[in-house]
Ligand binder design. Structure first.
Ligand code: IMP
Length: 427
């Protein structure tokens, strides 16, 4: 087996960065296929916190190549700042990162539109609670066939025509005929082109070549299944396909190239932004979970809503991505609460796929053994499946059985060595 997809199985922020980091140690190439700098991966390496938004988490290993695929939307200034930050840590070599010529570029006016729309919707039912990074407007331009791809940065005539098209299309909403200054953007784009030139590539060919050569390729998801544009809690979703199918379209490889799919879920659940969240916990326990788990957005700093693990939703996510393994993160956090529950069903037989999650009422079960004050400490020091306390193994077995996907990995703390592999990612 040489290809593995790692996807979020909830609403993002599942700890994908940590899992990808652990798996990337064994990969030759790590590719991102969707989203942009709405994602934020927090990694802790030797006590040092590193946050990446665009660059795949695999960048932390010398010699592991990374690529940003066609399905992504890329803000060049953010990319340049992130690369500079990683290089200052000695973490990324210039020749290790490639960018698809077909990825779309986020401009300042995309960010402006994103922010304006969120302000206008304020906290009403139309507010999505986006990250305001211009993600939605950039994908919208792509679907409207006026988006600007990375390759257009190298073709001045096309670029100018496309910018003019955007200026004319967006001026009414932006409220000013000159809201998009084509000349100023042409100048900025020339700088981006010069910067990106050594990195651009045909990402599909790059990944295809690596797969044919028998190399290990890891496809790194962003956000989570329930934020998928087609299958998530629409319209409270992001603007791309976050599920495993996004790899095929976002990279340009066929489904036959995929060997395995690991879905990442926290031992509980979180959501940031608007939209249904059936297993949300209000009050003191929710706040404790937020504080103990550090549940504040890596990209926006927003407090995340917290809830119990939602098994019907996780089962749905497993189906959407054809998961072959489940990775459960932050088990130590759940154990630190002194009381834990899990949502095992919805009342009235609500089905996440057929009915959506809107209005679903959770049926919860208390997780036995999670009231033990020593549990969190015991978990944090476990380094193998057998070393996990019996109640933790029972909880993981219950999850695997409900979702019908075996446990592949368990994370019991933020440090690299607090990752327990139950299965090998590439075997
Ligand atoms: P957008 O992707 O910025 O357009 O935001 C759309 C929705 O997806 C909002 O609810 C965001 O909070 C959510 N979202 C986008 N990226 C992430 C992420 O990486 N983690 C968690 N939520 C996200």
């Amino acid at each position: 087996m040489s290809t593995l997809i790692v996807v979020g199985a909830q609403w993002g922020d599942e700890g994908k960065g940590k899992v990808v980091d652990a798996v990337a140690a064994q990969a030759d190439l790590v590719a991102r296929y969707a989203g942009g700098n709405n994602a934020g991966h927090t990694l802790v390496v030797e006590g040092r916190k590193v946050i990446t938004h665009l660059v795949p988490s695999g960048c932390l290993y010398p010699g592991t190549r990374c690529v940003l695929g066609a399905g992504m939307v890329i803000d060049p200034d953010v990319l340049a700042a992130e690369i500079a930050g990683l290089q200052a840590f000695g973490l990324l070599q210039q020749d290790e990162l490639r960018v698809s010529l077909h990825a779309h570029v986020i401009f300042g006016f995309h960010r402006e539109l994103d922010g304006m729309r969120e302000e206008a919707a304020a906290k009403g039912p139309r507010a999505i609670g986006t990250t305001r990074r211009g993600i939605g407007p950039a994908y919208e331009a792509k679907a409207a066939r006026r988006g600007i791809q990375v390759r257009d940065l190298f073709d001045r005539a096309t670029l100018r025509a496309r910018l003019e098209q955007n200026r004319d299309a967006l001026a009414p909403e932006l409220g000013r005929a000159d809201a998009i200054s084509v000349d100023a953007l042409m100048e900025a784009a020339a700088g981006w082109a010069a910067y990106l030139e050594p990195m651009v590539c045909d990402a599909s060919a790059l990944c295809h070549g690596a797969i044919r050569a028998g190399q290990r390729v890891l496809f790194e998801g962003a956000q989570g299944a329930l934020l998928d544009l087609d299958h998530g809690t629409y319209p409270y979703v992001t603007s791309s396909n976050t599920t495993a199918g996004g790899v095929c379209t976002g990279i340009g490889v066929g489904p036959t190239a995929i060997d395995a799919v690991w879905g990442i879920s926290k031992a509980y659940a979180t959501r940031v932004g608007a939209g249904p969240f059936p297993s949300r916990i209000d009050g003191e326990i929710g706040q404790r979970l937020r504080d103990v788990g550090g549940e504040y957005g890596a990209t926006t700093g927003r407090p995340r809503d917290c809830g119990w693990l939602d098994l019907p939703a996780l089962r749905y996510a497993a189906r959407l991505s054809g998961m072959t393994g489940l990775c459960i993160t932050k088990l130590d956090v759940l154990a630190a609460l002194g009381h834990a529950e899990v949502c095992v069903a919805y009342a009235d037989g609500v089905d996440p796929g057929r009915d959506g999650l809107f209005g679903a009422r959770p049926v919860n079960r208390v997780i036995e053994g999670f009231d033990d004050p020593q549990l969190a400490v015991q978990l944090a020091s476990a380094r193998s499946w057998d070393a996990l306390p019996a109640c933790a193994r029972a909880y993981l077995d219950l999850v695997a059985e409900a979702v019908e996907v075996p446990i592949a990995l368990v994370s019991v703390g933020a440090e690299r060595d607090q990752t327990i592999f139950v299965r090998h990612p590439f075997e």
